[in-house]
Every structure is written in structure tokens, then in C-alpha cells.
Design a binder for this molecule. Structure first.
Ligand code: AHR
Length: 501
């Protein structure tokens, strides 16, 4: 047994109330996310709207509070008007972001209907790439104005008498990226986002807006992009976005599992930039963060490069996730919970088939990928307030991150329900680590369940034929004795220690 890990559980080690929207997700018109994913008319499990009920059940189970739509890179070339009205009159279009054919059989109204059925809220992105202020003004009028105007009356004519009341809107997508349709400099985007935000809020002052931050921390414009964009938009938006994806292409798992430290530094840097602009403007307003694309993404890249263009809903970005990916996803969720004072929304990218926790076969079943499990656990049990554990853990050396703690974790406390939960990952690939926690701050609490996710093979996957190969078990040994929490964290493992009063 290696050196032990120490933590303290105390209600005063409060980070923040957790905004449940930190467990959001994302559906883009990309690959089989929409067609063959959430929407497949003719599938044995499809309802009258063509929505797959098996997929909706998995999503309801996941407890996803908000879903971003329709992109992603897709939105920067999207004419939203193509996706409303009678389906037989909707155009088929060349979709230039992903080099496919978009049939437009699913659009804004279908997405809103689907959200209601999936028990989630919409987060819509407007096109600030090929379009701009006018299209943004029109779509918000279509969605949120009660009636009596051209666009709101079109919505009513299309069968939606009540406004969609979409609360959260993204001002474009990854506008700093040269790959983006209508890529802009920070000043160009900042001015456009400011003017668009102003007009959208004139249509509906109750909305919340997200301005685009950098596409990732390695962009050469990172930090100056954020500062310039916020200089233009600070008083008109509520959130700044962050995106990041990690991979393990060189099969260096200790380094891969340390990538959540990069995410942590990314968040801290963006918080610093937001606060700098706040100070510069002598503003009373705190800028919050929307980490609206995050995940592991690398398995499918070679297959995508070889794919023929101009197909309808080809199997793009279909990463088959393995067990170590689930560990990093758990670590990324822990990282965001530790920053829940500023990260108020986040979207795992994406939800179905495209770099997703849920997979489907066209005409066939749906199943949970490995990464579904830490997402499920945090969305289900990680509510209330986030608590810092004041963790001390032995470390290992990594060339990129120096001293990496073997164990990372966070606690959440739902005071109303008397539920306290510790989420933790052991990055040590060979040794179990004992943990000891001072639990005097939670006298009277006992362990009701210790869920673990482990597997002898870091590369183990869940497939259509073997969907439960990597799945959680309630077999951990955590217990509280004399106000001290004791547990053993198996090598390479995810843990959910549930305690109740
Ligand atoms: O989620 C896949 C893509 O990743 C999105 O379309 C884009 O915003 C990001 O680069």
C-alpha cells in the first residue's frame, strides 16, 4: 500500500452553490447526433414526432438540465429559416463546416419539442459567421415574442402558439478559429457581439447571453481574445465561453489523466481576465463562465479524415470511449465543481453518437459509453454546494505538469436532503491508495453507498454487443468510524462516496 491521502469534510469549506446547468450537454447538426441519434422516424422506438424514446429515456436518466443547439461549427453557416415550416418545403443544403448534406428535417421547433420531452432546457446559438445581427433578431422574435408580428406569427402558424421562451443564447461559436465560417478578429467579433446582444435584449430583456471565448487555451490569440471581446461586450453578456478537448494519441496515460490540470489553469486564467476587465471598467458585475464544449476527443480523427464528403448524417466524430477516458471525464467534472463559483454552465460535447456518452445503431439499440457513468453520478448526486476537501495526496512527476496529485476530488453537500457526496479519482495506475478524511464537521453522517468504476484494462470499451463491460458497482469499502472517513481507492478508479445523516 502506498502513502495515504488525507482530506477534511467541513461545511465551512464552501466553494459555491452549484448551478445544475454545469451538467449540460450539446447537440449539433453533425454526424448522427440529430439524424439517427435523437431523431429517427421509422425506428421501432420513435414516437409520432420521430424522436427516439430509448434515447430520451437515457437522457432523462442522465438528468441533463440544458442542451446547446444547433452548433458548434455548423451554426456559423446555418440559415435557421431553413429548419422551420412544412418539412417537404425545407431545402437540402451543402453543409460546409462538416462537408455533409443537411436535409433540414429537424430544426428549431423540433428541437424545442424534443427538449420538453427530454426534460431539459434549450440553449440556442445564433449564427455570427455567415449571418449576423438581423438573423439573430429574427430568430429570437420567432422563439420568444408572444405573437402579432411577422416572425412570432410564423411560429404560431407552424403549430407553436406559446412562445418557446428560450432563456440562454450563445453569440456565435468559436469565432477565434480560422476553421470557422466567418472567422473574425477579436475586435470584429467583439463589436458584432455587442450590437447583436443589445438588439436581442431589446426583443427579450429576460435572456442570458454567452460571448465566445477562445476555442482552447493553445490558441495563439488566447487571453488577448478574451480581454478584447469582453472590453466590447462586458455590460451586455452574462457569460464568457470556454472550450477544450483532450486526447491520449501517444498512449501516455499518466500525462493524459493530468490534463484536468490544464483545464483548471484554463479556468483560473479566464477568471483572471474577466476580473481584469471588470476592474478596468469599474463594473459591479461579475462575469460568469460557460464551459460549453468539453470532453475527450481523438479516437475518431483518422476515420473522419478518410470520410467521403456530402453524405447525409455519416458516422462522424464517433469516438468509442475507453475506461481511462471515463477517468479523465470524472476529473474534468471534479475540476468544474471546484470552480463552481464561476463556472455556472457547462456542456459536455456532445450528447448522442458524436463524441458522446450515448451511442445508437441506426434502426437498432442505444447504449451507454464509459464516459456516461461519471457524468451520470455527478449530475445525480453532485448538487447543493461544492466543498473543498483540502486534499493532500502523494504526487507523481509529469513533464508537462510537474507534480501531479495521484488523487483529486471534491465534495458536494445537499443540506436540505442531508446528503454529502465525495467524488474522487485515483490516478495511480498500479497502487491502491487509502484515504482518511476528518469528518468531524459532519458528525452523524454515515456512508450509505460507495460506488466505484474500475477495470483491469484501461482501454476497455462498451459496445453494442457488450454495453456493460465498463460499468459502476456499489462495492467500495468506505465507512465513517469515530468521525473519520476511511476508504480504499483501487488503482485507476472513479469513486462516489455517498453519505447521509
Ligand atoms: O464539438 C465538435 C466541434 O468542436 C464543434 O462543432 C466546434 O465548436 C468545436 O471545434
Amino acid at each position: 500500500m502506498a502513502e495515504s491521502v488525507r482530506m477534511t469534510l467541513h461545511p465551512e469549506f464552501r466553494i459555491s452553490d452549484i448551478d445544475q446547468r454545469i451538467y449540460g450537454s450539446f447537440i449539433e447538426h453533425l454526424g448522427r447526433a440529430v439524424y439517427g441519434g435523437i431523431y429517427e422516424p421509422g425506428h421501432p422506438q420513435a414516437d409520432a414526432d420521430g424522436f427516439r424514446q430509448d434515447v430520451i429515456e437515457l437522457i432523462r436518466d442522465l438528468n441533463v438540465p440544458i442542451v446547446r443547439y444547433p452548433g458548434g461549427n455548423f451554426v456559423s453557416g446555418y440559415d435557421w429559416e431553413d429548419g422551420i415550416g412544412p418539412k417537404e418545403q425545407r431545402p437540402r443544403r451543402l453543409e460546409l463546416a462538416w462537408r455533409t448534406i443537411e436535409p433540414n428535417l429537424f430544426g428549431t421547433d423540433e428541437f424545442i419539442d424534443w427538449c420538453r420531452k427530454a426534460n431539459t432546457a434549450p440553449m440556442l446559438a445564433v449564427n455570427l459567421g455567415s449571418r449576423g445581427l438581423e438573423a439573430a433578431r429574427d430568430i429570437i422574435e420567432y422563439c420568444n415574442h408572444p405573437g402579432g408580428t411577422m416572425w412570432s406569427d410564423k411560429r404560431i402558424a407552424n403549430g407553436h402558439t406559446a412562445p418557446h421562451n428560450v432563456k440562454v443564447w450563445c453569440l456565435g461559436n468559436e469565432m477565434d478559429g480560422p476553421w470557422q465560417i466567418g472567422h473574425k478578429t477579436a475586435d470584429e467579433y467583439g463589436r458584432l457581439a455587442h450590437e447583436t446582444a443589445k438588439v436581442m435584449k431589446w426583443v427579450d430583456p429576460s435572456i442570458e447571453l454567452v460571448a465566445c471565448g477562445s476555442s482552447n487555451r493553445n490558441m495563439s490569440t488566447f487571453a488577448s481574445w478574451e480581454a478584447t471581446v469582453l472590453d466590447h461586450t462586458y455590460e451586455h453578456v452574462e457569460y464568457l465561453s470556454l472550450h477544450t478537448y483532450y486526447g491520449n494519441p501517444t498512449n501516455n496515460t499518466p500525462n493524459f489523466l493530468a490534463k484536468s490540470i490544464d483545464m483548471d489553469r484554463f479556468i483560473s486564467s479566464v477568471v483572471g481576465i474577466c476580473d481584469y476587465i471588470q476592474a478596468k471598467k469599474r463594473s459591479k458585475k461579475t462575469m460568469y463562465l460557460s464551459f460549453d464544449e468539453w470532453n475527450v476527443w481523438y479516437h475518431s480523427r483518422a476515420a473522419d479524415r478518410a470520410m467521403d464528403p456530402w453524405q447525409v448524417a455519416p458516422p462522424q466524430l464517433e469516438d468509442i470511449y475507453n475506461f481511462e477516458d471515463a477517468l479523465l471525464v470524472g476529473l474534468m467534472l471534479i475540476t468544474m465543481l471546484k470552480h463552481s463559483d464561476r463556472v455556472k454552465m457547462a456542456c459536455q460535447a456532445q450528447l448522442v453518437n458524436v463524441i458522446a456518452p450515448i451511442m445508437t445503431a441506426n434502426g437498432g439499440p442505444s447504449w451507454r459509453q464509459t464516459i456516461y457513468h461519471p457524468y451520470y453520478h455527478t449530475a445525480r448526486y453532485g448538487n447543493g454546494v461544492a466543498l473543498n476537501l483540502n486534499l493532500s495526496s502523494p504526487t507523481y512527476h509529469d513533464a508537462e505538469f510537474d507534480a501531479v496529485p495521484y488523487v483529486d476530488g471534491v465534495a458536494t453537500w445537499n443540506e436540505a436532503d442531508g446528503e454529502l457526496t465525495v467524488f474522487a479519482v485515483n490516478r495511480n495506475l498500479s497502487d491502491a491508495l487509502p484515504i482518511t478524511g476528518d469528518a468531524r464537521g459532519f458528525a452523524g453522517y454515515r456512508v450509505v453507498e460507495h460506488i466505484t468504476l474500475t477495470h483491469p484494462d484501461l482501454k476497455a470499451v462498451n459496445t453494442q454487443d457488450n454495453p456493460d463491460n465498463v460499468s459502476p458497482r456499489s462495492n467500495g469499502d468506505a465507512q465513517i468510524v469515530d468521525n473519520e472517513l476511511h476508504a480504499t481507492l483501487a488503482p485507476a478508479s472513479w469513486h462516489v462516496i455517498r453519505m447521509k445523516k
